[in-house]
Design a protein around this ligand. Structure first.
Ligand SMILES: Nc1ncnc2c1ncn2[C@@H]1O[C@H](COP(=O)(O)OP(=O)(O)OP(=O)(O)O)[C@@H](O)[C@H]1O
Length: 212
């Protein structure tokens, strides 16, 4: 089943930045948007999340029993759809001063998620306990990036957008993060990941959009 169907997405700034781009993403599929710096990966993810407006095109997302065009809905409906169906891991976690990882994780998790499950996930992502009671604003870039992924993994939305999820991580952590993303896909979340290039650890993910 297609969870997302994008048709002729275009984004212009002063000049054309992206498109037209069309692709489909199935439930449980990991799809890549591949392209060099400045090719438009973040722009595609931003317009799907609604932080930027598409200039033309459609993006049909399965919501409940129907489909909604993310480019043709009210702000209120977009906010409501995001809260249940879309997660966005940007390259940088906008940390609220004073917020602890434990607070963020508890807010993201469903009521039935046990604290042992949260602990296990943070451990798997190599986020040791010594960090949990430190404000997230003091964490390193790579630690924040992994926490962002942990928060998405706890929410398990139908669609997760990830912008360069490996950019601040050393190579040893790439398969660690990939295994968490693969497990999420196995549970049914579809993922769209912007990366500079496909690599060995992204094996199994299809390149849906090649930009340049
Ligand atoms: N608000 C804006 N106004 C004008 N041009 C913009 C704006 N935002 C992005 N661009 C341009 O659009 C193009 C695509 O940018 P985008 O950030 O999507 O690229 P990217 O592939 O994600 O790059 P990177 O890998 O470096 O993060 C770039 O040339 C960028 O300068």
């Amino acid at each position: 089943m297609d969870i997302l169907r994008v048709e002729n997405l275009e984004k212009d700034y002063e000049a054309r930045a992206v498109g037209p781009v069309s692709f489909r993403l199935r439930a449980g599929e990991i799809g890549l948007i591949v392209g060099g710096s400045g090719s438009g990966k973040s722009t595609v993810l931003d317009v799907l999340y609604g932080t930027k407006r598409a200039s033309r095109g459609s993006a049909f997302l399965c919501v409940g029993d129907g489909q909604r065009d993310l480019f043709d809905i009210s702000v209120a409906e977009l906010v409501s759809i995001r809260s249940v169906a879309i997660g966005y891991c940007t390259q940088f976690l906008p940390a609220i001063p004073g917020k602890l990882a434990a607070d963020l994780a508890n807010e993201a998790a469903y009521a039935e998620t046990s604290s042992a499950d949260i602990t296990e996930l943070l451990d798997r992502l190599a986020l040791p306990q010594r960090l949990w009671n430190l404000p997230v604003s003091s964490w390193s870039g790579g630690e924040k990036q992994r926490l962002n992924i942990a928060l998405a993994a706890l929410r398990k939305p139908a669609l997760i957008l990830l912008d360069e999820p490996f950019s601040a991580l050393d190579e040893a952590l790439h398969p660690v993060v990939w295994s968490v993303l693969s497990a999420l896909a196995d549970e049914g979340s579809a993922m769209l990941i912007g990366v500079h290039k496909a690599s060995s650890y992204t094996a199994g993910a299809e390149t849906l959009v090649a930009l340049d």
